[in-house]
Every structure is written in C-alpha cells, then in structure tokens.
Ligand binder design. Structure first.
Ligand SMILES: Nc1ncnc2c1ncn2[C@@H]1O[C@H](COP(=O)(O)OP(=O)(O)OP(=O)(O)O)[C@@H](O)[C@H]1O
Length: 246
C-alpha cells in the first residue's frame, strides 16, 4: 500500500537518517523502535510532510504504486504531544482538521460528534482539554486523527504521557478501533512490551545515522500473546537495543 524507498535526511553535512526503506500494509500495525535520537520521529515526520524545512531529504514514496507528494490526504499524523488547542472545545479541536480541508462546519461537527461515544468521550463535546483526564485527552487526540478517515496513520509515541494502567487500556482500545476499519499504522514507541503486544511487525532502528537494522514479524495472534510466547522476541529486541544505545 505505502512504500518508502531510500529515505535520507541530512542537516547540512550531518547525516541523520540513511537509506531507510519500509512498506506499510492495510490492516497491519508496524512499530518502529530504536534508541533515543536515532531518527524515528524524523522518518515519521517526513512521511507526514512536516519535517523541518531546513533539513535536506531524499526518498521515494509510492501509494498503491503511484508516486505521491507530501503531505497527502491518505496519511494522518499524530505527534508526540496531544497538541489539542487549550482554547478550543474537544469538538472544535476534533473538527478543525476537517474544516481546514474545506469541509462545511456543520458537516464536520456532525461527523465528529458521531464518534464521541466510541471514543469514550460522550458528553464531553463542549469540554476544554484541561477539563479532561490524560487518557481522555489522548482519546480526543485520536478522535481528531481518526476522523480524517485517512488510510494510513502515523502515531509518534501515542501513549508516552499516560500512566501505566491508562496506557494498557488505551492500547487495547486502539486495537479495537483499528479492527473496526483496517488501516495501515506506523507507530513509534520506546516500550518493548507495547511493541510486542500490539505490532504485527517491528522495525528496529539504530542511530549514527539512523537506519533500519531488523524487520521482525510477529505472527502470534494478539489474543494468544503472553509473557511466555513473547519472551524470546523481547529478549532479542532488548539485546539489539542495548547494543545500539550509546
Ligand atoms: N531540525 C533539526 N536540525 C538538526 N538536527 C535535527 C533536527 N531535528 C532532529 N535533529 C536531530 O536528528 C536526530 C534524530 O532525531 P529524531 O527526533 O528523529 O530521533 P528519535 O529517534 O525520534 O528520538 P526520540 O526517541 O528521543 O524521540 C537527533 O540527533 C536530532 O538531534
């Protein structure tokens, strides 16, 4: 579905990412892991079309075999922080992206409001972000991303600001939402447990400059994943990350 070939990112003469290629498949969640600073966000930001303009980049991107220009409507991006505007209600925050893309305000509001129950936000349409818990804010950020109805979701550490229990709940919740409508998902995480529990495939990056050093499919169905079934793969990933962390 989405194929990236040979992404290179440089800051002047300093190579940040070198020859990264990956493909994303509909109905499949790919996790991107790697040591801090190895270039994970740079890859995901480039795919989203929001990488800092002062960086020099080279790479080919194809969607269903066609070359695409970035940013592209088929690709939705959720940055590390929830980035909800504090002066807008949750409903206004969620519909903003649709309005920017030209949707009439009433249509955007109706489309967004229909999703509130499934996102556990029923009754909070007119709340402001600081009136919600961390988990609710994160669900609101997901709502804003998912309402764009993009076929490809790029999620940069979507659960990093959450406490441990909310994080586990949100992981299950996201998997359920994705099952309702298959999309291709690329998710950056630092959490090996999260990656092995959620991913269909894990890409491991190393730094200096950033490159992909392993591509590990996880074929065990999510419902059958347990500490025992995932122990070997977690241990392999842990060794790789320890070796690559400066
Ligand atoms: N605009 C920029 N100009 C120069 N260097 C940059 C710029 N943006 C990022 N970098 C550098 O690129 C490298 C990769 O950064 P990036 O944020 O992609 O890493 P990361 O793997 O996502 O890190 P983390 O896991 O800590 O979020 C880092 O060394 C960073 O300092």
């Amino acid at each position: 579905m989405l194929e990236l070939q040979g992404l290179t990112v440089r800051a002047g003469s300093d190579p940040l990412v070198e020859d990264v290629s990956l493909d994303l498949v509909e109905g499949s969640l790919t996790c991107l892991i790697g040591p801090s600073g190895c270039g994970k966000s740079s890859v995901i930001k480039w795919l989203a079309g929001v990488l800092a303009p002062e960086l020099q980049t080279k790479g080919d991107l194809h969607l269903d075999g066609q070359t695409v220009e970035l940013p592209h409507d088929a690709i939705a991006y959720q940055p590390q922080q929830d980035t909800l505007f504090p002066w807008l209600t949750i409903c206004e925050n969620a519909r903003l992206g649709l309005e920017i893309r030209g949707m009439e305000r009433r249509t955007a509001r109706d489309r967004v409001r229909r999703l509130f129950p499934a996102f556990g936000l029923d009754g909070h349409e007119d709340s402001f972000p600081d009136q919600l818990s961390g988990g609710m804010r994160q669900r609101a950020a997901f709502l804003r991303t998912i309402v764009q109805d993009a076929r490809i979701l790029l999620l940069d550490e979507p659960f990093s600001a959450l406490d441990a229990v909310t994080r586990l709940q949100m992981q299950d919740w996201l998997i359920d939402r994705l099952a309702e409508r298959p999309r291709a998902v690329l998710m950056v995480t630092h959490d090996l447990y999260e990656a092995t529990q959620m991913a269909d495939r894990i890409l491991v990056m190393a730094g200096g400059p950033g490159r992909i050093i392993a591509d590990i499919p996880i074929s065990t169905p999510r419902a059958d994943r347990s500490e025992a079934t995932l122990a070997d793969i977690r241990s392999t990933l842990k060794s790789m990350l320890l070796k690559e962390t400066p």
